[in-house]
Design a protein around this ligand. Structure first.
Ligand code: UDP
Ligand code: MG
Length: 352
């Protein structure tokens, strides 16, 4: 099997020699090519790569019209001739010695193999604690927002391998820096493996990615949620929730007026009927394609979500009151939090 290593570059001239050398010794005896996709770097990275292509199996794509990390990787896929694609940075933060492990994972049956900072044995060198928290927090948000990738520990790694079929004929959006996220949502695959690695320090040159990436990342997540239909579900879930309010009010009024029930006690069956109403519509509509759990499991888990939501609502209400917030405002925040919590518990447990 031939391996194509795709390396997007921008001002990485001084890293190329060592990068090519280490890739070559890691893959000795294997059929491989290195594809450098360079955005017309002012430091002449493309020129240097071309010069080194006499010594190493390198092809250079110098782009003058198009820019950006993800689109560079996509162009690389288009011209790659291998059966296995590997994507990595040029600055040696991605140690080439890990490539054989990635390839091995693919040969053992994975469709996508991620070089992961966050599985056992993987780590990040020299990051301040707040960098780690931001990185882990961002990943956690991604895994919660996109249930499809919830089992991947490092879905934003820039270092990964995949079978060519995973991205062949798949339309990938070239906006955004996290091309792996895009592939994990839109690609055609069944198994993902994660291989530990240490994200080291940059060799030469400087980083081009800064803090504004956080905002871009959130926008990317939003687009992928839309694409996945998660936003549709969220809208349906809130419509169903609204019908639940109507059901709840109606039966409360009904039990009090026709059965003469105590106003306090009547609230219990009214709430239960609203829960059953919401469960029914969510089961038939919002999550109709996700009925993997048996009926009893789904209905119990839906009640669990309702209970969790109520607890969160009550807790937030209490905390905000204690902090001196206006009570109606505090309640509104609590209701909002309860909505999110109920949606997530249901999406990840009831209809997973
Ligand atoms: N890169 C690129 N185009 C860009 C930004 C970055 O080709 O617009 C390349 C860069 O040359 C490197 C990789 O993408 O090979 C990762 O970039 P960088 O090391 O600056 O990011 P960091 O590791 O600091 O997150
Ligand atoms: Mg880097």
């Amino acid at each position: 099997m031939k391996i194509s290593i795709i390396v997007p570059t921008y001002n990485e001239r001084d890293n190329l020699k060592e990068l090519f050398e280490r890739i070559s010794s890691s893959l000795r005896g294997r059929d491989f090519e290195i594809i450098v996709v360079d955005d017309d770097s002012p430091d002449g990275t493309w020129e240097k790569a071309q010069e080194l292509s006499r010594q190493y199996p390198v092809r250079v794509l110098r782009r003058t019209k198009e820019r950006g990390l993800s689109s560079a990787v996509i162009r690389g896929f288009e011209i790659a001739g291998g059966d296995i694609f590997v994507v990595m940075d040029a600055d040696l933060q991605h140690p080439p010695e890990v490539i054989p492990n990635l390839v091995e994972a693919i040969e053992k049956g994975a469709d996508v193999a991620v070089a992961s900072r966050y599985v056992k044995g993987g780590r990040v060198e020299n990051w301040y604690w707040y960098r780690r928290i931001i990185s882990k927090g961002a990943i956690m948000i991604g895994r919660v927002a996109l249930p499809k990738i919830r089992n991947v520990k490092d879905p934003v790694s820039g270092f990964f391998a995949l079978k060519r079929e995973v991205v062949e004929d798949v339309e990938l959006n070239p906006v955004g820096f996290k091309i792996l996220l895009e592939i994990l949502i839109k690609g055609k695959y069944a198994n993902v493996a994660e291989v530990p690695f240490t994200f080291g320090l940059r060799n030469a040159g400087e980083s081009k990615l800064g803090q504004k990436q956080i905002f871009n990342y959130l926008r990317h997540l939003w687009r992928l949620m839309l694409w996945e239909g998660e936003i549709d579900r969220l809208v349906k879930f809130s419509i169903v929730g609204t019908t639940g309010i109507v059901v709840n009010e109606f039966f409360l009024w009904f039990f009090v007026n026709f059965f003469g029930m105590h106003k306090f006690l009547a609230n219990l069956p009214a709430t239960e009927l609203a829960i059953l109403n919401n469960f029914t519509w969510n089961d038939l509509w919002t999550f109709k394609d996700l009925k993997r759990k048996p009926f009893l499991g789904r209905i119990l888990s839906f009640h669990l979500a309702a209970l969790t939501g109520a607890l969160v609502q009550w807790l937030i209400y209490g905390i905000l009151l204690h902090l001196g917030a206006y009570y109606l405002f505090a309640n509104l925040v609590g209701i909002g939090a309860s909505f999110v919590v109920r949606f997530l518990v249901n999406r990840h447990i009831t209809w997973s």
